[in-house]
Design a protein around this ligand. Sequence first.
Ligand SMILES: [Mg+2]
Length: 369
Amino acid sequence: MAVITKIEIILLKIPYPHSFRIALAEMDSAQNIIVRVHDNDGLVGVGEGCPPLFVTGESPETAFEAAQLYAKILLGKNPLEIDTRLDELERFMLKNTAIRCAYDLALYDLLAKHAELPLYALLGGTKQVIHSNRTIGMDTPEAMAKTAKLFVNGGAKSLKVKVGTRKDEDVARVRAIREAAGKGIPMRLDANQAWDELSAISTLNAMAEYDVQVCEQLLPYWNIEGFKRLRERSPIPIMADETIFDAHDAFRLASMGAVDYFNIKLAKSAGIHGALKINAIGEAAGIKCMLGGMSESLIGVSAGAHLICACPNIALHDMDSPSHFSEDPTIGGVDFQASGTVTLRDAPGHGADVKPEWIENSTKIVISG
Ligand SMILES: [Mg+2]
């Protein structure tokens, strides 16, 4: 029987050359937790958690601490019994979804390595090339239009646009980007909870002529009834992000008919296990999903890409976080191009790991029995 013998926990600090602004925050670096789960067969499963304080309530410091508590629950147990292991983690300490995601990804990576299969094949999927949208952070309409043109000229197949200040500013952003990008490029908006119901409906009506594919999380995370009311009147389809973490949220939203799309993020769903459940509920309800991200390196992005290959209902792909880094701290995994094109490789598991020099130079701790 496979047994977990040792867990390394690493806090990576990855600087951004340019800060990135959304309605909730301005970010100048990613601080991600990597877990490397070793077993008695000499295999290592690697997972990543991106703790976003303003979405899951986890900081890099609390996640680093929580990772150590969870490690003690896992040590000495069979890593291949994924459902049971993840259930034990949740029962021991609720929430903390980003750091539980790190363990979920590591356990799936380990299982696929035992099976000597790439993760997408283990999950029953078919290898494909994925086109992530490129994301434009909030700025002046002129600066955002310039970035849009750069992305489209660089081969981007779709754009995601951060909005969420005043109506006139947001409409000016969308107008300028549509003019710069030209017709035919799908444009997705994300207001990151910035609007109330009245301003949302008025802003969406003013944006309708610019061919917006979907608008994400217009309202505060708690306002599910507001989403339902908005959906009945909106000229633009609506997506839930910060409102949906797990299968229970997905079931509630689907039952109410409150949104057109779910945005699954591994940091919210606590990894692949929870993401599969959300996607199944979406599929049963006729709701397409997006796979979104926080500030993942190519470890989290690789795991997400393998998941997409196994879930045709995850139709929209927003996984361009590595484009913010001047250097990715990982080796292996998927190939990510600046155009947003993601190509899978056939190594066992998700195939990504941390570069030894990044392990060497980062805050880390080893938990063993
Ligand atoms: Mg979002």
